[in-house]
Design a protein around this ligand. Structure first.
Ligand code: SF4
Length: 486
């Protein structure tokens, strides 16, 4: 049996032959990748805008609803017409390899192929993607004279009124893809060979999440409590260590560890106990009261919706603030804007009113500093006060990293990994609804969508407030634990 291939299947083969085989023969083994649907939605949003930007008049979109054969037939018909209008999603096949092209420009002596990506730069996998498409089109009547990749320009500032000219920027890849194109026929042959055989063996390693998160990790990785992938900063050495036969972290020889962090993680796993350095307490000495604990939730649109904002700019729509008095008493303040209007001024004003005093403002990662900078950028009259607030920020993450590790954190000091090891009763799973930042962003988008009912919006409001409030309560808990006050 000759297996048909799509560009995405060939890309899977390039990442890992076993991934291709599993996608085709055992898709039931694939786990859901968190955030995948949001990534697809983002790609579609950028694709829609690209069609508007590249449509110089009379552009034709090739429909795929009636299947591959109809799409290819329709492509042939459209290309046979004497027109210079661009074609979107034109569908081609060469030697059983199927591709759909984002933009095919026909003005001038020969066609020009443009692949559109929602990223803000050209990545190595994009070059391969373009090479595959170009090879297929070289076998058709089209033979594009050049191939470019259009990606989001993160310097673009949206002027409003639906004017997105300048959102995308192009890089010509014609020269870069030329030597890669020559390899495509061999890839197609090898991929077909893999599909025709039994499940192939494949070395696990960084390929399992590079360039794309592979959904078959539960199938391929041995279920052990702690693998060497837990080691912080292991990077590309992971492949080498796996190839040398190392897998279980506790069995790794100590002389193969490179950093103090790696040694600490390894030690904690070998002993099966957490490590907390008493020196952590010194980090808090001299920090007065009241102490604030601040967390923002933000939205970042690939295609900006609010005038004056940039693609992927992190725009705070919510904050939570716990304020702790000298005797441990806690007060809570919060802000959430689900109006769908630019929320920055209201967020800044309410925060400045709530974060009173001169004591430290704890954050977890430096993200809150970036958020305050964004608020200051949009509210120049509040800049001085926001900068004063920013000067009070103290990052809890490096303190935790220097002084605490529990084997259950699996090499990560994220607050969601750390919290259950010191306060299991506060685990995020108890929230039920929103439990992580990506879900908070999706919920925000749903809440501001015009078709969302008031009942659903209120439900989302409750869940968002609970989630963000949990983040700052978690920070209070972590700070008290590190300081020996819990
Ligand atoms: S988990 Fe890794 S080894 Fe398994 S199919 Fe995916 S990329 Fe290949």
């Amino acid at each position: 049996m000759v297996h048909g291939l799509s560009k995405s299947k060939l890309m899977s083969f390039r990442q890992c032959p076993r991934k291709l085989w599993l996608e085709k023969h055992r898709p039931d083994l694939a786990a859901e990748i968190p955030g995948q649907q949001a990534v697809f939605a983002l790609g579609h949003e950028v694709g829609d805008i690209a069609r508007r930007l590249y449509d110089t008049g009379g552009g034709v979109l090739i429909d795929y609803d009636d299947g591959l054969k109809v799409a290819m037939q329709r492509t042939r018909e459209v290309l046979a017409e004497r027109s210079s209008a661009p074609v979107f999603e034109a569908t081609f096949e060469r030697n059983g390899l199927l591709v759909r092209t984002d933009v095919l420009e026909r003005g001038g002596p020969a066609a020009r192929l443009v692949e559109v990506k929602a990223s803000t730069s050209v990545k190595p996998e994009h070059v391969v993607d373009c090479a595959i498409q170009s090879w297929v089109l070289d076998g058709s009547s089209v033979r594009p004279r050049s191939v470019a990749l259009a990606h989001v320009d993160n310097r673009f500032i949206y002027a409003g009124a639906g004017d997105y000219s300048g959102l995308l920027t192009e890089q010509d890849l014609s020269a870069e893809i030329a030597p890669i194109k020559e390899k495509v026929p061999a890839w197609v042959g090898s991929a077909r060979g893999v599909l025709a055989g039994g499940e192939p063996a494949a070395a696990i390693g960084t390929r399992c999440w590079t360039p794309y998160e592979c959904p078959f990790q539960d199938h391929c990785w041995k279920p052990v409590d702690h693998s060497i992938a837990d080691l912080p900063g292991i990077g590309g050495r992971l492949d080498q260590l796996l190839a040398e036969g190392h897998f279980e972290l506790g069995a790794l020889p100590e002389d193969l560890l490179n950093t103090a962090d790696q040694r600490r993680v390894w030690r904690a796993v070998r002993r099966g106990t957490p490590e907390l350095s008493l020196a952590a307490r010194r980090e808090f000495s001299g920090l007065g009261y009241p102490r604030c604990y601040l967390d923002f939730e933000t939205i970042n649109f690939a295609v900006p919706r609010w005038a004056g904002t940039r693609p992927y700019q992190q725009l705070p729509f919510q904050w939570s603030l716990h304020v702790e008095g000298a005797h441990g008493e806690l007060e809570h303040a919060e802000f959430l804007d689900l109006s769908g209007e630019l929320p920055l001024r209201a967020a800044a004003q309410s925060l400045l009113a709530a974060a009173r005093g001169k004591g430290p403002v704890f954050m977890y990662t430096a993200f809150e500093r970036t958020c305050l900078k964004t608020l200051a950028e949009f509210c120049p009259d509040l800049r001085e006060q926001l900068e004063t607030l920013s000067a009070r920020l103290v990052d809890l993450l490096p303190i935790a990293k220097r002084h605490y590790y529990h084997p259950d954190m699996h090499g990560s000091w994220s607050i969601k990994k750390l919290l259950p090891t010191i306060a299991p009763e506060l685990d995020y799973s108890r929230l039920g609804g929103i439990q992580e930042g990506g879900a908070a962003q999706q919920a925000f988008l749903e809440a501001i969508a015009p078709g969302t009912s008031a009942t659903r919006r209120n439900e989302i409001r409750r869940e968002l407030l609970a989630y963000c409030g949990q983040d700052t309560l978690a920070m209070v808990t972590v700070a008290r634990y590190l300081e020996g006050r819990s």
